[in-house]
Design a protein around this ligand. Structure first.
Ligand code: ADP
Ligand code: MG
Length: 294
């Protein structure tokens, strides 16, 4: 028997490295008219590297001590930034003390007890109170050059800042352009990262519409808002922080290689090989299959 067009399209998508979970999803993919892309791990390679280690004066920690405490606290986390911090510590040959009472807050950071001290690592804007604004200066400086600044608090007080750099995926700009043509609308960047680093990266990817500093529920809110206005949104993301938005979207697509388990389970389709350009290719496959189904 000849395969029904939607099943052939699923097989074809597989050849592009995209796992489409059902024929219903394959059919729906071609109907999207808006796209929201996550930044870290989606538009970027998701293998960020620590490029600055800056202890704050007067806290008694040197670079290695700061990095070692931060890495110990980050060790249980699956966030790409956490892996960058752990790798940087290992590259310096630092030992990672055990972390106890680990907790993580998506879009914020992590907290753990290391050598009897409470260590928090995460977004400066989320961890610092307004009154701590003075401590934000080194973070602002790093962000101004397109880096993600990660703040380290020890026993509640700012102890240092790490500067992390991540590369745009080589096919990001082409993907943004292709999705604009396919949907007739320019994609939006939804990110938990700070507005300065986000703007830097969006410009490189050719994205004008940027929403930064978002918590997972804010990403969800943006998708609900568009869906409520009658848009059919495709969300592409990789993180725990993207899961609610992936679930609410007309189509949720997860990055497979480094994506979190919850994102992979929630998504309607998974990019198994690491190519973002497979997304517009799959939308086009759906359009062709639907033309044949009618
Ligand atoms: P994105 O939406 O770009 O994928 P996330 O929502 O995952 O970003 O993270 C948003 C911000 O929260 C990060 O830029 C970082 O400042 C902070 N953050 C979240 N998790 C961690 C972590 N494990 N370590 C350090 N910072 C974190
Ligand atoms: Mg992400």
């Amino acid at each position: 028997a000849t395969m029904p067009p939607l099943l052939s399209a699923i097989a074809n998508a597989g050849r592009h490295g995209v796992l489409v979970k059902s024929a219903v999803v394959m059919e729906r993919l071609g109907r999207i008219d808006a796209v929201a892309l996550d930044k870290t791990g989606t538009l970027t390679e998701g293998t960020p590297r620590v490029v600055d280690v800056r202890p704050l004066p007067g806290r008694g920690l040197d670079e290695d001590e700061l990095l070692s405490l931060a890495a110990a606290a980050e060790h249980p986390s699956e966030h790409p930034l956490a892996r960058a911090v752990v790798d940087a510590a290992r590259e310096r040959g630092l030992d990672l003390p055990a972390a106890e009472d680990f907790t993580s807050a998506p879009g914020v950071g992590v907290r753990a007890v290391v050598r009897g001290r409470t260590v928090e690592v995460g977004a400066p804007d989320r961890l610092l109170a307004e009154s701590d604004a003075a401590f934000a200066a080194p973070a602002r400086e790093l962000e101004g050059s397109g880096r993600t600044a990660v703040l380290v608090l020890v026993d509640g007080g700012p102890a240092g800042v790490l500067g992390i750099a991540d590369r745009l995926r080589p096919d990001a700009a082409a993907t943004v352009a292709a999705l604009s043509v396919l949907t007739g609308t320019a994609p939006t960047l939804l990110t938990g990262d700070n507005p300065r680093a986000a703007a830097h990266l969006a410009a490189e990817a050719g994205i004008e519409d940027v929403r930064a500093g978002l918590l997972p529920q804010d990403k969800l809110g943006a998708v609900r808002e568009w869906e409520g206005a009658g848009r059919r949104v495709m969300v592409v993301g990789d993180g725990v922080n993207d899961a609610p938005a992936l679930a609410a979207a007309h189509i949720g697509v997860a990055m497979g290689r480094a994506g979190s388990d919850i994102a992979l389970e929630t998504a309607d389709a998974v990019i198994v090989r690491d190519e973002l350009a497979a997304v517009p290719a799959t939308v086009a496959l759906s359009r062709r299959a639907r033309a044949l189904v009618v």
